[in-house]
Design a protein around this ligand. Structure first.
Ligand code: MSP
Length: 500
């Protein structure tokens, strides 16, 4: 059986999650569901990054210990994932023993291999980014909370792997996606790659995993965090499980953490002698106005409010439909409502209303027989038969927005077909023809619904239930004539702009 291992970044527990965090997690969930639907064995990993200066500072502000602070915030993430219908397979917290002991084993292994050494370091440190930055980076003015720090530390011989990494990226065009991010990293690698400082003296920052060969130090939060991708699927603890899942099929990340994932992480894996993840996919940012949505800018949208008001499916749908993977997207209530009213209320919801309404009115509430198809139905059937393959191909190359668009366009074609055929008129003169149109529209709706399930698990379950087709697949003709359709409230009642 084909396997699919997908990860999200593990989120810092410095505050409640916002739409930006929710986005990556929903995206991973949608991909997971499509791959499961295609019969693959899926492992979807997400979780929390609980160590480091940022979390420590957030805890101090609240007058709590970092662990108590993390324990207090973790349920906010878990609760949101539950509300968003996220079906992850494992949830890591970096303070868990199962993760900490592997980070220590990895440090020891890399140290024994001669890839970690101690040295004096003086440099500029950005607390906001949790890493040392170069003077050139500092000059861009994009880094907040910058201090000069001089101290003894441990270093990972990252520079040693520079050429190997360049060769690897060049030989594997799909490793860093999209293309402009790959070019950005190849550009970055034109400068000499320095070794990576991977420790913090406890005297300055003690909230981290202790370095096994020096009790006065903890490891750098990124060295700790990245290892979650291998510690959880069993590296150095369950070799069978690890062999099954590693390498990951995709690490989904935001573009803000591209360097750590496509430079630090691969060189760490080189040192361990492990294969690299197949794809690192960096999506863009959700903006509000012109700025990145972030807590420190105070412009975040709380996903819980949106779910409360418009339902989880609409939120998931909007986020998948609006962002072209790889580019930034603007979050506005206006575009949310527009998308809701047009795609979900007018197109998808309306198709269900017509099918169930006309079935009730003219066919006694029972799915009529398909009858002998005319060219108009053959056309619909052909589209329905190509749709699943087309959607899966797009999803396989991370074109989720295009995949969703393809389904909703098919729904539009179905609505148009119903309008042109006017089964309400046919019902007065030719019941068989009216039945054929209703069957075709209902069966098209069913297939569109199966293809939308990964994006809208709740509403699509309702639709399949109405159609009496809960266990059906994407093959044409599975809707049974004679099925009694269930009654239902409107699927997506239009949002009145005034009220919103
Ligand atoms: N803890 C690190 C990641 C370690 S992974 C081994 C971290 N955490 S974070 O809480 O800052 O979350 C970063 C991720 O959240 C981004 O990479 C992105 O996936 C998501 N987003 C946060 N804000 C975002 C937007 N405004 N827009 C889109 N996604 C963004 O970095």
């Amino acid at each position: 059986m084909k396997k699919f291992y997908v990860t999200t970044p593990i989120y810092y527990v410095n505050d409640s999650p916002h739409i930006g965090h929710a986005y990556t997690t929903i995206l991973a969930d949608v991909l997971s569901r499509y791959h499961r639907g295609a019969g693959e064995d899926v492992f979807f990993l997400t979780g929390l990054d609980e160590h480091g200066q940022k979390v420590k500072q957030a805890a101090e502000k609240r007058g709590m210990s970092p662990q108590a602070h993390a324990d207090d915030l973790a349920p906010r993430f878990l609760n949101l994932w539950k509300k968003l219908d996220i079906r992850y397979d494992d949830f890591v917290r970096t303070t868990q023993e199962r993760h900490k002991k592997i980070v220590q084993a990895v440090l020891q292994k890399v140290h024994d291999a001669g890839d970690i050494y101690s040295g004096e370091y003086e440099g500029l440190y950005s607390v906001a980014e949790e890493r040392f930055i170069t003077p050139e980076e500092h000059a861009t003015g994009q880094f907040r909370d910058v201090k000069t720090i001089k101290e003894k530390n441990y270093f990972f011989r990252m520079g040693k792997y520079q050429q190997k990494l360049i060769d690897y990226i060049q030989a594997h065009p799909d490793f860093i996606r999209p293309e402009h991010r790959r070019n950005e990293m190849l550009g970055f690698l034109k400068q000499p790659l320095e070794d990576l400082c991977i420790s913090r003296p406890k005297s300055r920052m003690d909230w981290g995993i202790e370095i096994p060969f020096d009790k006065d130090y903890v490891t750098y939060v990124w060295f700790d965090a990245l290892i979650n991708y291998i510690s959880i699927p069993g590296y150095m603890s369950d070799e069978k499980k690890f062999a099954k899942w590693w390498p990951a099929d995709v690490h989904l990340i935001g573009k803000d953490i591209l360097t750590t994932h496509s430079i630090y992480w691969p060189t760490m894996l080189f040192s361990l002698g492990l294969p690299l993840p197949k794809v690192i996919f960096a999506h863009g940012w959700w903006l509000t106005g012109q700025a990145k949505m972030s807590k420190s800018l105070g412009n975040v949208v709380n996903p819980l409010d949106l779910i409360e008001q418009y339902g989880v499916d609409a939120v998931r749908y909007y986020l998948m439909r609006e962002m072209v993977l790889g580019q930034d997207a603007n979050f506005t209530l206006e575009s949310f409502i527009k998308c809701f009213n047009s795609d979900l209320a007018n197109d998808y919801g309306n198709l269900l209303n017509r099918v169930s309404g006309l079935t009730a009115k003219n066919h006694g509430g029972i799915v009529p027989k398909p009858g002998a198809l005319t060219p108009a139905e053959e056309e619909i059937k052909k589209l329905a038969e190509t749709l699943p393959g087309q959607v899966r191909e797009l999803v396989a190359v991370f074109k989720v927005q295009e995949a969703v668009t393809a389904v909703i366009e098919f729904v539009r074609v179905l609505n148009k077909y119903v309008e042109t055929q006017a089964p309400w008129k046919l019902a007065k003169t030719d019941m068989e023809a009216a039945g054929r149109v209703i069957y075709t529209a209902a069966e098209g709706l069913r297939i569109a619904t199966v293809m939308l399930e990964p994006v809208m698990p709740v509403k699509t379950a309702t639709v399949l239930d109405v159609l009496g087709a809960t266990d059906s697949g994407s093959v044409w003709g599975q809707l049974k004539a004679g099925t009694v359709l269930k009654t239902h409230p409107p699927l997506f009642p239009r949002i009145e702009v005034e009220k919103a």
